[in-house]
Design a protein around this ligand. Structure first.
Ligand SMILES: [Zn+2]
Length: 383
């Protein structure tokens, strides 16, 4: 079955690369991935998948299935295809979405010999919208025993932690006045917001080193000769675990309350749960590593201080065994940059995508055909 799977991925390589190029050239942001989603669904249908579009009440989400004559387990490969605003596919989602197709197409070639099911899930809006969180809540992950996906990176690692995140919108309200003629009659909402940023900057000195707080001002007034009566910002608060992220968010709210007191403005908060931290399944990751090695793709040494973001795959990993292994598409390039966007359109990028397809397919084969292996994966998850 291994040889059949690998040659099926090779046979689909040109098609997958063309699709990765096409999606890269047509970046669509969170929840608006209409074209990308359609192209992915059409490709899956051409390869024999039954595709359900618009699952979980999300127009650009999909669930594609193949095989499974019996009551065997189901393995899911997850596709992300949203681009970043303005900068395009600077997170390489054009490769993240084609790799699971490759894995699915590989396993579809042996579907007749499987009792279980191969699922490709289209998960929109990873960059902030949390498509996977909504799909989990709405049952689109039903019946899946293990989930995996591949993000490109500047290194190859089978596991890397991610940060739990919480989100905050802040609005300060003051009183407008002529900034030159009668400033004493105003209450400056922008001053309150600037003060909040200063408070957070000082708070940062006393925070644990895994904690991140970062924000932008989204409204700061209408004109310099008017004391702003309204100022708004959004923040992201992150930490290695969800509990710390929530506690830190509370301290950030206090920074805002103190700024309101100091300036006489009033403050309103809107908080939202972001993503949970990644809980990688080490047994699944070990199998993925072994397959990578047999595909002659070398692994990097895990860094002592990994550079971490957040992902909605973290939420998936909290409810089922899951992995999120990284394959390198170039040295020393950071995600969400123009350099990374260009790297997602290179031969090295396409090779990483195809190798990830193969390693995921072979790991999926282990899940589907080795009950003892799946039991180890489950036992680790329960621990
Ligand atoms: Zn990203």
């Amino acid at each position: 079955m291994r040889a059949t799977i690998l040659s099926a991925v090779d046979a689909a390589a040109d098609e997958l690369i063309a699709l990765a190029r096409r999606i890269h050239a047509h970046p669509e942001i969170a929840f608006q991935e209409v074209q990308s989603s359609q192209w992915l669904c059409e490709t899956l249908e051409r390869h024999g998948f039954a595709v359900e579009r618009g699952v979980a009440d999300l127009p650009t989400a999909f669930r594609a299935e193949v095989g499974g004559s019996g009551a065997g387990p189901a393995v899911a490969f997850l596709a992300e295809y949203d681009a970043l605003p303005e900068i395009g596919h600077a997170c390489g989602h054009n490769l993240i979405c084609t790799a699971p197709l490759g894995a699915g197409i590989g396993l579809a070639a042996v579907a007749g010999q499987l009792s279980g099911k191969v699922v490709v899930l289209g998960t929109p809006a990873e960059e902030g919208g949390g498509g996977k969180v909504l799909m989990l809540q709405r049952g689109a992950f039903g019946g899946i025993d293990a989930a995996m996906m591949f993000p490109p990176a500047s290194y190859t690692l089978s596991t890397r932690p991610s940060l739990a995140s919480r989100r905050l919108k802040v609005k300060f309200l003051g009183r407008a006045a002529h900034a030159a003629a009668a400033p004493e009659e105003g209450v400056n909402a922008l001053d309150a917001l600037v003060q909040m940023f200063v408070n957070i900057g000082l708070l940062r000195q006393q925070l644990r080193e895994d904690i991140r707080i970062h924000g932008i001002i989204t409204y700061g007034g209408a004109a310099p000769n008017i004391i702003p009566d309204r100022a708004e910002a959004t923040f992201s608060v992150r930490a290695a675990d969800g509990e710390t992220a929530a506690q830190t968010l509370e301290r950030v709210l206090n920074c805002g309350r103190a700024a309101a007191t100091a300036t006489g403005a009033t403050v309103e908060f809107e908080t939202k749960k972001g993503y949970e931290a990644m809980k990688p399944n080490r047994r699944l990751a070990a199998a993925f590593e072994q397959h990578l090695e047999t595909l002659a793709w070398s692994l990097d040494q895990a860094p002592e201080r990994p550079k971490m973001g957040s992902t909605d795959m973290g939420d998936v990993s909290q409810v089922m065994p899951a992995i999120h292994p990284y394959l390198t598409i170039g040295k020393d390039i950071a995600g969400h940059t123009v350099e990374f966007r260009e790297a997602a359109l290179t031969e090295q990028g396409f090779q990483a995508m195809l190798t990830a397809s193969k390693a995921m397919a072979l790991t999926g084969l282990d899940v589907l055909t080795k009950p003892a292996f799946l039991e180890e994966v489950r036992a680790e998850f329960r621990r």
